[in-house]
Design a protein around this ligand. Structure first.
Ligand code: ATP
Ligand code: MG
Length: 228
């Protein structure tokens, strides 16, 4: 394939410095994520999976090395440019849903598009369609604290998708749910990714979930190994 990857790491290293001590987490990582592919990153707790995702999504900067997204070097973007870039191109899903309790489910889904300055009417229509797609048409006016864990996570999926980002980044998306709701939510995530032709970068310690992705990597000893 000659097509440019959606996301590319070149020699990415990350070292946390606290006081006198240095903690090297990622070392010289090269990684390429083609468009439309789902990739899982697994590894032990503390191996650096979330660190990797945060760098991939431009939420954190590498100590050295380059991250390119759609051929653009994130290193050269200043903070405002970077947050606009994230808002437009990346949808984030985390283990604990960071929904705003003062707003309804529908309003929570709308927020990323309103930040972009889109007219409220268009946004509301799209958000309602997404909520309907995930089976929450009768929960749109609920505040997040009146929803179940699985329902909140479905709202978070909709919010991640509302700006039609190319890339979905998910960090243990079912980590806080019980086994049965987890499987339902996972299926929904993969269905949405497939239907909407998204690229998925998924972090999980759950091998069964990881294997649903086309490519699986293990983060171990600061390096990324592809599992076959
Ligand atoms: N801001 C920070 N400053 C210093 N050390 C950090 C910081 N963030 C993370 N670390 C350390 O880096 C290591 C990797 O953390 P990270 O959160 O990436 O691991 P993880 O693989 O996502 O783990 P888990 O599976 O438990 O979520 C950990 O040892 C953590 O303590
Ligand atoms: Mg983590």
């Amino acid at each position: 394939m000659t097509e440019k990857p959606l996301l590319e790491f070149t020699g990415v290293s990350k070292t946390y410095i606290s006081g006198e001590s240095q903690l090297s987490i990622l070392q010289q990582i090269d990684f390429s994520l083609p468009s439309g592919v789902s990739v899982a990153i697994t590894g032990k707790s503390g191996s650096g999976k979330s660190t990797f995702l945060n760098i991939a999504g431009g939420l954190d900067k590498p100590t050295s090395g380059d991250v390119n997204f759609l051929g653009k070097a994130l290193r050269h973007m200043h903070d405002k440019e970077l947050s606009e870039f994230r808002n437009r191109h990346i949808g984030f899903i985390f283990q604990s849903h960071i929904l705003l309790d003062d707003f309804s489910a529908l309003e929570n889904v709308c927020i990323p598009s309103l930040i972009r300055g889109e007219p409220k009417k268009n946004v509301s229509r799209r958000a309602a369609q997404l909520l309907e797609r995930v089976g929450l048409s009768d929960r749109m006016d609920h505040r997040p604290n009146k929803l179940s864990g699985g329902e909140r996570q479905r709202v978070a999926f909709c919010r991640a998708l509302v700006n039609s980002p190319e890339l979905l980044i998910a960090d243990e998306p079912t980590g806080s749910l019980d086994e049965q709701s987890s499987r339902g939510i996972e299926e929904l995530l993969f269905d949405l990714v497939r239907e909407q032709g998204k690229t998925l970068l998924l972090v999980t310690h759950d091998m069964q979930l990881a294997r649903k992705c086309a490519v699986v990597y293990l983060l171990h000893n600061r390096e990324l190994q592809e599992l076959t």
